[in-house]
Ligand binder design. Structure first.
Ligand code: PGA
Length: 261
């Protein structure tokens, strides 16, 4: 895994935006895998800015979100569909029919999960997957213990996740207990991944995911198996990384090496 250490949330968002924008310039009809939560909000604001002020065209882009709460429809203000419309889709020219978020009201859910996997396949697979990381090391709603071979499935939220996500709801009891989420194997199929992590609350999960053993107990550690993942980590979230100096050195010298390839 490549690790880019940055000062703060702004720099994390700016580095992520550079990568996504470069990917879209190179492949205008790219398939993007998207995430909800605080981590990618700054990235989305920059993508909106690139669209509004630099003409970045989202018309040919296709998107697939990682997850959605079971029981919340698209009109529910806390649904991930509503989050994505509000933070990104309503402000760019992506075609609504090209934006995919799992349907938390689908019945039967199991068939919907299989259809979601199939839709990703039909679209040609995900070119670039944006990820946050949970305090417990989850990616998507793949909580500790989720099979590293999992595909899109219905998952139970871990207590830490319910606590963390309660900030979007009236209280923890309002947070749905289940979600539809792309699985770890579905995420690993993406051609490239960007993991965004900021804030002291993520420090332990970040260290375990990047430098700890590969284990289903830390779902994000599965990214160690992925051939093209970059983790963009701010200072607070990097506090427990042991090889921080090396990552900084590598990042400083990256352009020299890339120029010669
Ligand atoms: P956050 O959530 O971006 O709101 O910190 C990340 C996650 O739970 O995956």
């Amino acid at each position: 895994m490549d690790v880019i250490l940055v000062r703060d949330y702004e720099e994390m968002s700016a580095r992520a935006a550079e990568i996504v924008i470069a990917a879209l310039r190179q492949k205008p009809d790219a398939v993007l895998g998207l995430a909800t939560g605080s981590s990618p909000e700054g990235l989305y604001a920059r993508l909106i800015d690139a669209h509004t002020n630099d003409g970045l065209d989202f018309a040919p882009v296709v998107t697939f979100n990682l997850d959605e709460y079971v029981g919340l429809g698209p009109d529910h203000p806390q649904s991930y569909r509503a989050f994505m419309n509000d933070r990104l889709f309503d402000h760019i020219n992506v075609k609504p029919q090209n934006t995919h978020v799992p349907d938390g009201l689908a019945q039967p859910l199991r068939a919907h999960c299989a259809a979601y996997e199939e839709a990703i396949r039909q679209a040609g697979g995900i070119d670039l997957q944006v990820l946050g990381i949970g305090r417990d090391g989850h990616i998507g709603f793949n909580e500790p213990g989720t099979s590293l071979g999992s595909r899109t499935h219905v998952a139970a939220l871990a207590p830490e996740t319910i606590e963390d996500n309660a900030r979007y709801f009236a209280g923890p009891e309002e947070v749905p207990r289940f979600a539809v989420t792309m699985g770890i194997a579905s995420i690993l199929d993406a051609r490239r991944c960007i993991l965004l992590a900021g804030g002291a609350g993520k420090a332990e999960a970040v260290a375990a995911a990047i430098e700890g053993p590969l284990t289903s107990q830390v779902p994000a550690s599965a990214l160690q198996m992925h051939p093209d993942t970059v983790a963009i980590v701010d200072e607070a979230a990097a506090a427990r990384l042991r090889r921080a100096d090396f990552y900084r050195w590598q990042d400083r010298n990256r352009s020299q090496i890339l120029d010669r390839l």
